[in-house]
Design a protein around this ligand. Structure first.
Ligand SMILES: [Cu+2]
Length: 168
């Protein structure tokens, strides 16, 4: 009986969660200037349709990013020029990773998964960085690209971009 009650509570939680789940970063706060392991959490597909592609945009302030390989998914990296270039010792870095794509997988609506990459955060305390994500499913697409206006709460947006706030 207890087990049955527990089971129904769990079922209810699973049923309620998707509305607020969206795609979010596991750590929504991080230290400026430090390494940051970005874990994108994908809790649902597109109205029942399985997720087949995740595309994340790396914000301008981030000059270094590195995706973690993922079984069953192919990774594609998009570069953008760095202007002015960064000087690292005797090396000049002229481009940065601006997008990471995970392609060719199939994440059923009922399941949860994580898409991981690491970065070095800019040294800008107090700033909020947004990582817009396009989630493509077999049918339909979610565009988690909305950024709150000054003073607006991200909860008011229907498809908010995953964000991390740089603490002091
Ligand atoms: Cu959601």
């Amino acid at each position: 009986m207890i087990f049955r009650a527990l089971l129904s509570a769990v079922t209810l939680a699973a049923f309620v969660a998707p509305a607020a789940a969206h795609i979010t970063l596991e750590d929504s706060e991080a230290a400026p200037g430090e390494r940051y392991k970005a874990v994108l959490r994908v809790g649902h597909g597109c109205s029942g349709s399985p997720t087949t592609t995740i595309r994340v945009q790396i914000p301008d302030g981030i000059t270094a990013a590195q995706p973690m390989p993922k079984h069953g998914w192919e990774i594609e990296i998009v570069h953008a020029p760095l202007d002015p270039p960064l000087v690292d010792g005797d090396r000049e870095i002229t481009e940065r990773i601006s997008e990471i794509h995970w392609l060719g997988g199939k994440l059923p609506e009922e399941y949860y998964d994580e898409f991981v990459f690491r970065t070095r955060l800019p040294d800008t305390p107090g700033a909020t960085l947004y990582f817009p994500v396009v989630q493509e499913c077999e049918e339909k697409v979610h565009r988690w690209i909305e950024i709150p206006a000054e003073g607006q709460n991200a909860d008011e947006l229907s498809e908010p971009a995953p964000a991390v706030m740089l603490t002091n």
